[in-house]
Write a protein that binds this ligand. Structure first.
Ligand SMILES: NC(=O)c1ccc[n+]([C@@H]2O[C@H](COP(=O)([O-])OP(=O)(O)OC[C@H]3O[C@@H](n4cnc5c(N)ncnc54)[C@H](OP(=O)(O)O)[C@@H]3O)[C@@H](O)[C@H]2O)c1
Length: 284
């Protein structure tokens, strides 16, 4: 059976994507190979997904015909790039020699989800390979993710379409230009933590107002979930939802007045901008 999809790094995000790609029918287990150094993790992935698992990144990189998904921590990227340099060089030469043959299946698309690692660096390590940078977020692990993708110099429309199809299996996908990647990190990448903080604070507010903790947690979480779902499904502007639930002299406008006094909206705006700046710093 031809190996179509290779995963380098079977950790949290790698597994989440692998799991959805298989359950969504994008790839059969027999078409997948995973490289992962930890023996316990290897047998876990092998048993759970019935895929071939190895510790040999070169083998994985050589065998993949369609996609190689790089899902290791950014700190180990240079070691992996060094390890794969020879194979990448051979692939690059091969590509140059076959020219623009569209159906050249020996050239896989490399998708990197490594935070902060620019296309320039990826293309330096994997010359002439089609490369796409993708930035998913944690809700992708339950199929409710938000992924932004940007394309390298050697990608074609078919690569972009394939990547969009793959990440659509774990949530929504948008295509952006690379300079916007840091802003994406500041909003959807770091965003789940802001929302978690908000749920926690709402629950604290409920307790401060006299509710038992368990009930306060349930109310806070379901309110955030319900409001997000309502906005998503009805497609109404957030300001319109706010207007609909604020009656003159009522309770909600009293709460909102307090949020404005505490600069709630400004705090979120500044949080996104600060995270974007930090992402830029880490990428240097
Ligand atoms: N988690 C997220 O929400 C999220 C969101 C967007 C982007 N990302 C990006 O996704 C990447 C992975 O994040 P993660 O949270 O999934 O991290 P993780 O759970 O630590 O996964 C990384 C995996 O790579 C393995 N690995 C380490 N060295 C390797 C090598 N030389 N060859 C092959 N595999 C190797 C690790 O094995 P060991 O455990 O044995 O070290 C681990 O299983 C990161 O670059 C991160 O920036 C993550």
């Amino acid at each position: 059976m031809t190996i179509k999809f290779a995963l380098i790094g079977g950790g949290v995000m790698g597994e989440a994507l692998l799991s959805r790609f298989i359950s969504g029918g994008m790839y059969q287990s027999t078409e997948v190979i995973v490289s992962e150094p930890l023996p316990a993790r290897q047998s876990y992935l092998e048993q759970k997904y019935q895929v071939r698992v190895t510790a040999d990144n070169r083998l994985v990189f050589t065998e993949a015909q369609e996609v190689v998904l790089l899902a290791v921590k950014p700190q180990v990227f240079s070691a992996i790039a060094q390890e794969l340099a020879e194979v990448a060089e051979i692939n690059g030469r091969h590509k140059a020699s076959v020219g623009a043959h569209e159906n050249n299946h020996s050239q896989p698309l490399l998708i990197s989800i490594l935070a902060g690692l620019p296309l320039k660096q990826l293309e330096g390590a994997f010359p002439r390979l089609p490369i796409i940078r993708a930035m998913p977020n944690t809700p992708a692990t339950i199929g409710a993710g938000m992924t932004a993708i940007c394309s390298g110099a050697y990608t074609k429309v078919k690569h972009q379409e394939l990547t969009k199809k793959l990440f659509a299996a774990v949530g929504e996908v948008v295509e952006i230009t690379e300079p916007l990647m840091d802003a994406v990190t500041g909003l959807s990448g770091s965003g789940p933590a802001y929302v978690a903080l908000m749920v926690e604070a709402l629950s604290d507010g409920g307790v401060a107002a006299g509710l038992p903790r368990v009930i306060a947690n349930q109310l806070a979480l379901q309110t955030v979930l319900g409001a997000a779902q309502l906005l998503h499904e009805s497609k109404i502007h957030p300001a319109e939802l706010k207007d609909r639930v604020t009656s003159p002299g009522g309770t909600t406008i009293a709460g909102i007045t307090q949020l404005e006094k505490s600069a709630f909206r400004s705090a979120l705006i500044e949080a996104v901008v600060a995270a974007k700046k930090r992402s830029q710093e880490l990428g240097k």
